[in-house]
Design a binder for this molecule. Structure first.
Ligand code: B12
Length: 241
């Protein structure tokens, strides 16, 4: 299968990129040569604008020579069912026999709290109530720009079961570094294995969980019930083990 533009298998792709050179005919030719090296044919520079004196931004169309067979891919299914708040509360009550303690924070220099609040706050997101709504959850939302050391302190003081870390800004991979700092701080304090560690933000993908040393990574469009259901599934699995 190839991308669809005007007709089946025409392979049409639109892409955008910036080259670190002044706008002009040499820059346009450089963009075309680069697209050709990427495996595109019938290349058209649809848009070229200077980004200051030393950079040029392009929108380029081309037909890719590559294809993909979706049936050959191994696709992981979600392992846990999505539960209602009542079902989650019941699961926590019957397994832990006390409230599940959640600590959430946006760490590093990141001040974007809307995503974390969408998951944690009572009002929730897209008509889905946040974790504060769940009777059997005790939520500590630490807000933005929280140091890993402070997160560790609160996790220890409150006896947290789950730690939720949000990262939105991705410049120079800040989101990756900051998530790793929290993981390392928890590990140094001997707390990593005692908590369910969850990361989230719009530019992550779930496949990154292993490389980041997190139990789960959630991305854009996540609803609080996704997270609550995951937590219920983990504590249920831990009890069974
Ligand atoms: C609102 C906003 C701000 C507000 C933030 C207010 C606040 N209290 O949060 C203010 C004005 C402060 C701001 C500042 C900046 N911003 Co801003 N901001 C945005 C904006 C417009 C919306 C973000 C948002 O609220 N989305 C809505 C929430 C609900 O979505 P979400 O974050 O994706 O969260 C969902 C999921 O990702 C997931 N999720 C998120 N976190 C977590 C955590 C867990 C544990 C889980 C399970 C799930 C989860 O669940 C949520 C619900 O589904 C975006 C652009 C955009 N349209 O996205 C830019 C954007 C994020 N900002 C950007 C930038 C660059 C900045 C500044 C650096 C600008 C500047 N030069 O000063 C500063 C940085 C300040 C700082 N120190 O962090 C860039 C980031 C680029 C990048 N990828 O690095 C963006 C993408 C804009 C852009 N296109 O350039 N910003």
């Amino acid at each position: 299968m190839k991308p669809y533009g005007d007709w089946t298998d025409d392979g049409k792709v639109q892409m955008s990129f910036t080259l670190p050179m002044p706008e002009g005919e040499r820059a346009r030719q450089a963009a075309i040569a680069l697209a050709a090296k990427m495996g595109f044919e019938r290349i058209l520079v649809a848009h070229m604008v200077p980004m200051g004196p030393d950079f040029t931004y392009f929108v380029v169309y081309g037909s890719t020579t590559h294809s993909v067979d979706p049936d050959s891919l191994v696709v992981a299914e979600r392992e846990f069912p999505i539960l209602t708040p009542k079902e989650v509360d019941l699961k926590i009550r019957s397994t832990l026999k006390r409230p599940l303690v959640v600590v959430g924070a946006c760490t590093g220099t990141d001040a974007h709290t809307v995503g974390l609040d969408a998951i944690l706050s009572m009002k929730g997101f897209a008509g889905d109530k946040g974790l504060e709504y769940y009777q059997e959850m005790q939520v500590h939302n630490l807000g933005s720009q929280v140091d890993p050391e402070h997160i560790v302190e609160v996790v220890a003081e409150e006896g947290a079961d789950a730690v939720l870390i949000s990262q939105v800004v991705t410049q120079r991979d800040a989101h990756i570094h900051h998530l790793q700092e929290v993981r390392d701080a928890l590990a140094s304090a001997g707390l990593r294995e005692r908590v369910v560690l969850i990361g989230g933000g719009p530019r992550f993908s779930p496949e990154q969980a292993d490389e980041l040393g997190y139990d789960r990574i959630f991305s854009r469009g996540t609803k609080p019930s996704d997270v609550a259901s995951f937590l219920a599934w983990v504590i249920g699995s831990n009890e069974a083990a």
